[in-house]
Design a protein around this ligand. Structure first.
Ligand SMILES: C[S@@+](CC[C@H](N)C(=O)[O-])C[C@H]1O[C@@H](n2cnc3c(N)ncnc32)[C@H](O)[C@@H]1O
Length: 219
């Protein structure tokens, strides 16, 4: 099936709210555990979440790695407002910096981050090669890259079946977004090709569920 792109930025307030209201606790907790496992003993680091959305993942990560300085970047103001609202930790201290900006032109100097991660973001990106190059630019040499994203199914019918299997009881807007996101996702071969073209061919790409890819390596 050909890829059908969806709007890059999730800046419709109702859709941002439906996304923030959905229960992604299990997948987000699993994402953080895998990231912490890959990072090993790294006690202090600057970490960047690209396409942070409502910020649940970096806020969970801040609890697991309190010594890290974590920044979440998103180009959607409605999403960032939701992230800001969730931002303060139990001690009243802001645990994550949320920043407005485009991940293809990230507002950070080169060689800034030891850890770069993203979840469910790549399928939004219109120019993924520009995105991978930008991730490499802001990463320090030897940085850890970790991303998970959706995997494009064989057909629209297969996408619809995945929505009904995994999101049957969710808000209709969320189900529609999930379906559109599946159609907009990249295949494993496409992601490998992007990484190769961006000069990051050593990065691993693996299918980890019926609808998810995992991408990781030192950059
Ligand atoms: C499906 S949400 C995922 C949010 C979050 N990573 C999570 O797992 O809950 C994708 C997010 O990427 C953001 N986004 C899309 N394109 C972007 C870009 N070029 N730069 C920054 N953020 C972008 C969208 O606005 C949206 O908030």
């Amino acid at each position: 099936m050909e890829r059908i792109p969806e709007p890059e930025i999730m800046d419709v307030p109702e859709r941002a709210q439906a996304y923030a209201d959905a229960d992604f606790s299990e997948v987000n907790a699993a994402f953080v555990e895998r990231l912490v496992e890959l990072a090993g003993e790294l006690d202090s680091a600057r970490a960047l979440d690209l396409g942070t959305g409502p910020g649940d993942i970096p806020l969970r990560l801040a609890q697991r790695r309190p010594g890290w300085h974590i920044t979440g970047l998103d180009a959607s103001m409605p999403m960032l407002r939701l992230a800001q609202a969730a931002r303060t930790d139990a001690s009243g201290r802001p645990a994550v910096d949320f920043v407005l900006g485009d991940a293809k032109r990230a507002p950070f100097p080169s060689d800034t981050f030891e850890v770069i991660f993203s979840n469910s973001f790549l399928h939004h990106v219109v120019d993924p090669i520009a995105f991978w190059k930008e991730a490499a630019r802001v990463a320090k040499p030897g940085a850890l890259l970790f991303a998970r994203d959706l995997l494009r199914p064989e057909s629209p019918e297969a996408a619809r079946a995945l929505v009904e299997t995994h999101a049957a009881d969710e808000h209709p807007l969320l189900k529609e977004d999930f379906y559109n996101s599946l159609l907009a996702s990249y295949s494993t071969d496409e992601v490998k090709e992007q990484l190769y073209t961006a000069g990051a061919a050593r990065i691993e790409v693996q299918e980890i569920t019926d609808r998810h890819l995992e991408i990781f390596s030192a950059l």
